[in-house]
Design a protein around this ligand. Structure first.
Ligand code: V4E
Length: 228
């Protein structure tokens, strides 16, 4: 199982040139900027997000794939998610839904002019409730203590900008994973501090920010269920 340890930091009040210079000083180099579109899917009762599960179709200029992020442990501002990709992501999502399609029908569906991605098989009422376009640059360093971390700098089509530091941990056995997760959290936090990001306080992710502004009723469900 692959686990992602991640923490956001705000870019809204940041001087981007200074931040990028600081990343370069630490040895990080940027990939080319990628444009990606995320379509988030759920049923009418939002049964996935109530379980801290986030099913999306992520497309770039070259390809697209299904991804499911499934919440594991929540500790302070750092989140840990299992990430599953491909058809397996949709299969797992469907296994978490009530097994009668009509239980989830009616909502949600966003209004947009773009063709909605097709699910690979009968989908128990899954429809998109958010569509987010992001310009992302990803930063990596080849050596040193931060070599397994990725820094993503994201700008959305609705004006929200946010950074994220992420570590990927292979979940082999419980003891190793627990140790690796603690180490990963520490490094993620340390890098955010070293780049001058806020050391405390929770920073909203893109979807969370989007829901808060565009779908307050869905955002309220997230709050009530403790998933944001
Ligand atoms: C809303 C949510 C999830 C869906 C993914 O949201 P986000 O982190 O905004 O996306 P993104 O593009 O950065 O994903 P990546 O490319 O890194 O895979 S997954 C978890 N949540 C809930 C959540 C949370 N509990 N805490 C924070 C800070 N953000 C989101």
């Amino acid at each position: 199982m692959v686990l992602e340890v991640e923490e956001k930091f705000s870019l809204m009040d940041r001087n981007m040139a200074e931040l990028e210079d600081r990343l370069r000083e630490l040895g990080f180099r940027a990939s080319e900027q990628v444009s990606m579109v995320d379509w988030y899917f759920d049923n009418g009762n939002y049964d996935l997000l109530r379980q801290d599960c986030w099913l999306r179709w992520r497309e770039t200029a070259v390809d697209g794939q299904w991804q499911l992020k499934r919440g594991q442990v929540k500790q302070s501002t750092t989140t840990v998610y299992q990430e599953i990709e491909g058809v397996q992501a949709v299969e797992l999502a469907c296994s978490l839904l009530p097994q009668r399609a009509e239980a989830g029908q009616g909502r949600p569906t966003i209004n947009c002019d773009h063709p909605i991605p097709l699910l690979p098989f009968p989908n128990l009422g899954l429809t998109p409730f958010a569509r987010i376009v992001t310009q992302r640059s990803s930063w990596k360093v080849a050596a040193g203590k931060f070599r397994d971390l990725t820094v993503d700098l994201d700008a959305t089509d609705f004006g929200y900008t946010v950074g994220e530091v992420e570590a990927v941990v292979e979940d082999k056995d419980a003891t190793t994973s627990a140790r690796k997760l603690v180490q990963a959290r520490k490094l993620v936090h340390e890098l955010i501090q070293e780049t001058g990001g806020s050391a405390s306080g929770r920073v909203a992710g893109k979807l969370e920010y989007y829901l808060q502004r565009n779908c307050p009723d869905v955002f309220q469900i997230c709050i009530d269920c403790g998933v944001v």
